[in-house]
Design a protein around this ligand. Sequence first.
Ligand SMILES: Cc1cc2nc3c(=O)[nH]c(=O)nc-3n(C[C@H](O)[C@H](O)[C@H](O)COP(=O)(O)OP(=O)(O)OC[C@H]3O[C@@H](n4cnc5c(N)ncnc54)[C@H](O)[C@@H]3O)c2cc1C
Length: 419
Amino acid sequence: MNDEYDIVIAGAGPAGGQCARDLAARDYDVLVLETEPESEFPRQSNKSTAGTFPSMMSAFGVPGDVVQQYTDSVVLESPNDHFTRDLSGAVLDFAAFKRWLVAEARENGAEFRFDARVAGPVMEGDEIVGVRFNGDREVNAEIVIDATGPSAPLASELGVSTLERENQAIGIDYHMEGIDLDHEGYGDLHDAMMLRLDHDIAPGGYSWIFHTGEDTAKVGVCYIQNERHREKAKSGMTIDGYMQHWLDTDPRFENASKIEGGEVLRGSAHIQMPGRMHTDSFMAIGDTVPTIDPLWGEGINKCMQSGRAAAIAVDHALTPAQPDTSADRLSVYEDLWHEQVAPKMKSRLLMTEILYLAPNDRYDRLMTDLNRLDDETLSRANDGDKAAIRKLLHLSDIPELLSWAKRRLRDPSNRWNPA
Ligand SMILES: Cc1cc2nc3c(=O)[nH]c(=O)nc-3n(C[C@H](O)[C@H](O)[C@H](O)COP(=O)(O)OP(=O)(O)OC[C@H]3O[C@@H](n4cnc5c(N)ncnc54)[C@H](O)[C@@H]3O)c2cc1C
């Protein structure tokens, strides 16, 4: 390992891996520091159910051999109803996918150092010039990138990304077998990714079943542990407790069990409007920002897109005859993030807050409306189109919306607040 690189990236997740892959392809000297040992990689960071869509697969050339299961539909469930939409997707083997990204970046010329825990920035005056890792080891770079997900050791010390604890969503996922995927009264979940809105299972969040072939599926629960979650939650119940409660009460799991040797995945992401994402010689990408789509938790595609946007900004800074890594020059990254990576973040945060706070009976009515409306209107609603969203609202929603608006006004510090 040298002690001087063009770019040092902390974290070999989807964001850091893709950024390294793009930069190495353009012949920059890139070093990625990853905290986990290579022999186990990824273990703790193997946290994602990894449902994704063809647009991501083709944009990043993801090969079929990291796909666990191709899917044909997305199913939304409420406590007593469901809605099925034909939509192609893929459930990835997240560990294989992460290893594939590392192999690709290496093939392009990027260097990886595993077992390298990044602790903080090396500063010269006010400017970051490198990274401290594994105690007192240091490495220098023209540009440093934090892609460590929610741990954000560099971004937080530089005051760039302010991930708020009360906006942290936690998730858990079991790989299970013996599931009845076409149980009477429920949607057919063969070759499907299903998301369930039901506060008895995931208060203030959602749960899911993603089919992975035969009678197996990834089964998970996630929610934000904020004040609103506590309003709907059972006292003292942990996320493991909610998962168990679902497994105990849903008839589809009557004969189901965890796949032997299958991992229990756990992780978190912040559901909030990002603040500043860069400064002189530094960018924060992926869920360090955070970049995950708040509404349905699609993080892999978004985080890879942010890695790609950061790679473009590096090019912008380092290709001129007089390289310029100032915040001003790197601001192209934030522009790309807001214009292309997550252009509708504000409206999606609003939709998220309204959706996950609605009462259970309102979810049943939502399914009726979804089944009534045409595909185009639904696509527009999902994209944040106000006219399309209005078609999903009713007069009886007004009291709930007013009380939601009042709560927001009382709590202007709420970081969901995109105002
Ligand atoms: C339970 C769960 C289910 C999910 N399901 C889906 C899904 O179905 N589809 C989807 O698209 N998204 C899903 N997501 C979201 C998606 O996984 C994330 O948005 C995405 O992984 C974030 O990518 P990232 O590269 O920004 O960060 P991460 O994936 O968090 O990667 C960060 C990397 O940095 C390393 N690291 C951390 N700290 C340090 C340090 N100090 N020094 C060096 N390295 C460090 C970690 O080991 C890791 O390899 C899910 C998330 C969770 C938690």
